[in-house]
Write a protein that binds this ligand. Structure first.
Ligand code: NAD
Length: 436
């Protein structure tokens, strides 16, 4: 099928390449000329495992192309909208400027029978508004929220856990759902759940999934706060409660909390939308989830300051991590960089390393010092803090070797990802999050 994908960021670029990889003819469209130039060469504009390969393959096959020209969408049967929905500059609500611009820009190129499939995460009610603009063209709007995880985006797009299609009532909606089934034919063939709903449900599925995940993380971080004043170990607590199948161990990693381009802004936008709907109290807890999450960053900074005797002024702190999570170079609302910036603000001589995110971090925080080399980052450090749980560090960061490089064997494990006993055995003073 001929498809267009409007917005070629973390979601859209992967979606376009993945759809080409399952046999569709895809044009990716974005307003960012440099991103389009990079993608057109078959290069991934950001770090995402597996993306480079399917981009190269798609372009070589002739089925995948990229352009800044919206008219290239004409002739496509399904048009995916994957533009950003960031937090508004002056409030909690989502900024829908880009979604509105993308849909308005697409309208002249729609033909009767086309499908416009929204993938961006939007406040409930958005699709119904957009449908008023799309319907007069004879095209049908559906909402098809995206659940991919950065770092696993290719796999999650090609083989998702479930597919959700919010469609209008009646025959038009049924036809639209069938066309989406055709788009996602490999998943449908292997019986991946394909859930057809109305617009509001589809929009809410996405934001409630993210609200649930954020709540689960903040729940265990709240337990970490209690553990810290009682001498308990939150990692053992998480293991023990996680054995209960009703609870499950995933997303119970206490640490410096969540960040990135989705969870923080999505829970805030959800609160803002619930308030507009007169149901603010229903999700009041999300404010608390947000507050707990942000407090963990304070706690990590406090641990470093306390470990260094009350001040970090002119002390070298090696910060291991910049990306908001491993397997990604995304630094949007990164707790790791937030901690680094705060330590710098307290006068520390901060050196940051990260396997993928240094270039992005430099652009946003040029005041920090960066080093690609882990050993050089550690050399003569007065304290080390791990803020992104890259596998490399779990595997390659031997506590004995690290001890031979630093000035002081103090390590703050902001992600509870190191083997505390091994680090202590190697002579380190180890501080975890919510651990004695
Ligand atoms: P992003 O900032 O990486 O990408 C957005 C892209 O849209 C940019 O390349 C931008 O140039 C482009 N754009 C903006 N206005 C445009 C227009 N009028 N026409 C064409 N292109 C335009 O953002 P992202 O992370 O890809 O997120 C996009 C949406 O997907 C958001 O709503 C987000 O919440 C949602 N989402 C993201 C993820 C994720 O892991 N990143 C997962 C699920 C859902």
């Amino acid at each position: 099928m001929k498809l267009s994908v409007i917005g070629c960021g973390y979601l859209g670029a992967v979606h376009a390449a993945a759809m080409a990889s399952i046999g569709h003819e895809v044009v990716g469209i974005d307003v960012d000329e440099s991103k389009i130039a990079t993608l057109s060469k078959g290069l991934a504009p950001f770090f995402e495992p597996g993306l480079q390969e399917i981009l190269e393959e798609g372009i070589a096959s002739g089925r995948l192309s990229f352009t800044t020209d919206m008219s290239a969408a004409s002739g496509a049967k399904v048009h995916f909208i994957g533009v950003g929905t960031p937090q508004q500059k002056d409030g909690y609500a989502a900024d829908l400027t880009y979604v509105n611009a993308a849909v308005d820009g697409l309208l002249p190129y729609l033909a009767p029978g086309d499908i416009v499939a929204g993938k961006s995460t939007v406040p409930v009610g958005t699709a119904a508004n957009l449908a008023e603009r799309v319907t007069p063209t004879g095209a049908t709007l559906v909402w098809n929220p995206e659940f991919l995880r950065e770092g696993f985006a290719v796999q999650d797009t090609v083989d998702p856990d479930r597919l959700v299609a919010g469609v209008p009532a009646g025959e038009e909606g049924e036809t639209a759902a069938d066309i989406l089934r055709e788009v996602y034919h490999p998943s449908v063939a292997k019986n991946t759940p394909f859930i057809v709903t109305d617009y509001a449900t589809a929009e809410l599925v996405k934001v409630s999934a993210n609200a649930f995940l954020a709540t689960k993380i903040s729940f265990i971080n709240a337990m970490a706060e209690i553990a810290e004043v009682t001498g308990a170990d939150v990692t053992q607590l998480a293991d023990a409660i996680g054995h209960d199948a009703r609870i499950g161990r995933r997303f119970l990693g206490a640490g410096i909390g969540f960040g990135g381009g989705c969870l923080p802004k999505d829970i805030r936008a959800f609160s803002a939308r619930a308030e507009e709907l007169g149901r603010g109290e229903s999700v009041n807890f999300l404010r608390e989830v947000d507050a707990i999450n942000l407090r963990r960053r304070d706690r990590a900074v406090e641990l470093v300051v306390d470990a260094l005797g009350g001040t970090v002024f002119e002390k070298k702190v090696a910060v291991l991590g910049a990306a908001f999570k491993p397997h990604s170079d995304d630094i949007r609302d990164s707790p790791a960089l937030d901690v680094a910036v705060r330590l710098k603000g307290l006068g520390a001589d901060v050196v940051v390393t990260d396997p993928a995110a240094i270039e992005n971090a430099k652009r946003v925080h040029p005041q920090l010092t960066y080093n690609e080399d882990l050993d050089e980052t550690l050399r003569d450090a007065d304290a080390v803090i791990v803020v992104t749980e890259w596998d490399e560090w779990r595997r390659e960061l031997a506590p004995e070797h690290a001890a031979s490089l630093v000035a002081n064997t103090i390590v703050v494990d902001g992600r509870n990802c190191l083997d505390a006993a091994a680090w202590r055995d190697a002579g380190w003073t180890y501080f975890g999050m919510g651990r004695p």
